[in-house]
Write a protein that binds this ligand. Structure first.
Ligand SMILES: [Zn+2]
Ligand SMILES: [Zn+2]
Length: 133
């Protein structure tokens, strides 16, 4: 079943027809600011299965690294997706409607988490990047 998502103000909506992959949450200081939160919540998409349904003209992009950045709503500021070389790379799980049938599989960079964050117990976590990357 297709996954849909939208920003806080509802101006921008998307649909994803594929299966989300590699759900993760990064607790580094950069992700805290990019997601305005204690951590990111993010899963990877197949670019060809992703499309904007509405409001794509309201998207604003910010490239935080060469070839990689985020796209967000210029009205309400919700961060909707990550982009790599202009293609959708992943979606922010906070903007997904309903159950996208994926879990946060692991937490990375918990070694640099905010002092005020209390981590849940029972999670798979790494002080820095996960070993395979
Ligand atoms: Zn919006
Ligand atoms: Zn991060």
């Amino acid at each position: 079943m297709a996954i849909t998502g939208e920003c806080f103000c509802g101006s921008i909506k998307y649909q994803y027809d594929g299966k989300l992959k590699d759900g993760r949450s990064c607790h580094c200081s950069r992700c805290r600011k990019a997601f305005s939160s204690q951590a990111s919540s993010y899963a990877l998409v197949e670019p060809t299965e992703f499309r904007w349904l509405q409001g794509a003209e309201l998207l604003t992009s910010f490239e935080s690294m060469p070839d990689f950045g985020f796209q967000f709503c210029s009205r309400c500021g919700s961060t909707l997706c990550g982009i790599h070389k202009g293609q959708p790379h992943g979606i922010t799980l906070g903007c997904v409607n309903g159950d996208p049938d994926i879990d946060i599989g692991y937490h990375l960079f918990v070694g640099s988490k905010a002092k005020w964050e209390v981590l849940p117990t029972g999670i798979i976590s790494f002080d820095g990047a996960p070993p395979e990357s």
